[in-house]
Ligand binder design. Structure first.
Ligand code: PEP
Ligand code: MG
Length: 316
C-alpha cells in the first residue's frame, strides 16, 4: 500500500484501475525544466518555442535553436518531448515576423502555421534545428504545428517534417473546424494535442485577451467538452494518440473528465502535476467516463463541473 501511495505521488500517471495516462509538462524553454522534473513530469507535452524568438529583431541562429532543443530533450531520457513549432502572431507577436498584411483581428490573422505558409524558410530552419537536436537525443522528439485548420494544412506540415527527417509529426486541435473534421486530420498525422485555450477562444468567438470575456475561457463549457469528445473519438478510431495541453488539463476534476472523454495524455504547467496525478490515481477509468458523460449532458459550465464531481468522490 505504501508503494502504491508513493507511486501515486511521484510515479507515472494512471487511473485507479491502472489505465496509463502520461502526465507531461508545458515548458517555455530550458529554464522550466527543474520544475517539470521536480513535479515528476514524464516528459514535455508542449514546448512553446516562441520564447526563444521573443524580443529580437533576428531569428535565433541554427546553433542557438539546437542548443535550446537539446537541453529539453536531454532532460527526459527515455521520455518524450513534444515541441510546438513557432506560434507567431495574435497573443504571441514576434518582432522579426510581423503579420504580412493589415490585420484588424490578429487572432483571426496569419498566425501560427499560417505564418509558415508565408515564410517557409523560417519553418525549414526550425525543423532542421529540431532534426539536428533529435539525432543524438535520449528522448523521443515529436513535433507539432499550432493553428491547423484542416487536413490539407496538416498534410503540408507533416510532409515538411518528414522531409526534414523528423519521424513523428502531429497537429494541435485548437480551431473548431479541425475538431469537427478530426477524422480527416487523424488520417494525416501521428498524434493530436488539443489546445483548449484557443479552442475556447474560437468556439465562443471570445478573445482570450479580453478580461471581460473570461467566462468564455472556462473549459467546463459543454460546447467545448463536445468538441474535445469529437476530436478524441476520431483519434481513437485510428489509434491516434490525442493529448490535451491547454489550461483545462491542470484542473484535477477536469483532468479526470478529459480522460473520460478519450484523451490519452495530459500536459500542464508543472505545479499542477501532483494534484492531477493524485486525482487520477483515486478514480477508475469507468468513473472518468461517467463523469464525462454527466458533464456533457449538463447545460452550463458550472452544472457540468458539479455533475462530474458526483462521479468523482473526494475531489474538491
Ligand atoms: C492552447 O491554445 O490551448 C495552447 C495550449 O497553446 P497557447 O496557450 O500557447 O496558445
Ligand atoms: Mg494555442
Amino acid at each position: 500500500a505504501r508503494q502504491a501511495l508513493l507511486s501515486a505521488a511521484t510515479g507515472p500517471g494512471a487511473t485507479a484501475d491502472g489505465h496509463p495516462v502520461p502526465l507531461l509538462a508545458n515548458v517555455g524553454g530550458p529554464r522550466d525544466l527543474d520544475a517539470a522534473l521536480a513535479n515528476g513530469a514524464e516528459g514535455v507535452g508542449l514546448y512553446r518555442t516562441e520564447f526563444l524568438f521573443l524580443d529580437r529583431a533576428e531569428p535565433p541562429t541554427a546553433r542557438e535553436q539546437e542548443e535550446a532543443y537539446r537541453a529539453v530533450l536531454n532532460a527526459f531520457p527515455g521520455g518524450r518531448v513534444v515541441v510546438r513549432t513557432l506560434d507567431a502572431g495574435a497573443d504571441k507577436p514576434l518582432a522579426f515576423l510581423p503579420p504580412p498584411g493589415e490585420e484588424p483581428n490578429p487572432a483571426l490573422g496569419e498566425r501560427g502555421l499560417r505564418m509558415f505558409r508565408v515564410h517557409p524558410e523560417v519553418m525549414d530552419a526550425q525543423l532542421a534545428a529540431l532534426a539536428a537536436a533529435a539525432a543524438d537525443s535520449p528522448a523521443k522528439l515529436q513535433v507539432m504545428a499550432p493553428m491547423v485548420a484542416d487536413a490539407e494544412e496538416a498534410r503540408w506540415f507533416v510532409q515538411a517534417c518528414r522531409a526534414a527527417g523528423l519521424p513523428e509529426a502531429g497537429v494541435m486541435i485548437e480551431i473548431p473546424a479541425a475538431a469537427l473534421r478530426a477524422a480527416d486530420l487523424a488520417a494525416e498525422v501521428d498524434f493530436f494535442s488539443i489546445g483548449t485555450n484557443d479552442l475556447a477562444q474560437y468556439t465562443f468567438a471570445a478573445d482570450r485577451q479580453v478580461g471581460a470575456l473570461a467566462p468564455f475561457q472556462d473549459p467546463w463549457q459543454p460546447a467545448l467538452l463536445d468538441l474535445i469528445h469529437l476530436a478524441a473519438s476520431a483519434a481513437a478510431e485510428r489509434d491516434t494518440p490525442c493529448g490535451v495541453c491547454g489550461e483545462a488539463a491542470s484542473d484535477p476534476v477536469l483532468a479526470c473528465v478529459l480522460v473520460g472523454l478519450g484523451v490519452t495524455s495530459l500536459s500542464m504547467g508543472a505545479p499542477a502535476l501532483p494534484a492531477v496525478r493524485a486525482a487520477l490515481a483515486r478514480h477508475t477509468r469507468e468513473q472518468c467516463v461517467k463523469a464525462a458523460d454527466a458533464a456533457r449532458a449538463a447545460g452550463t459550465a458550472a452544472q457540468a463541473r458539479s455533475a462530474a464531481r458526483e462521479h468523482l468522490p473526494g475531489l474538491a
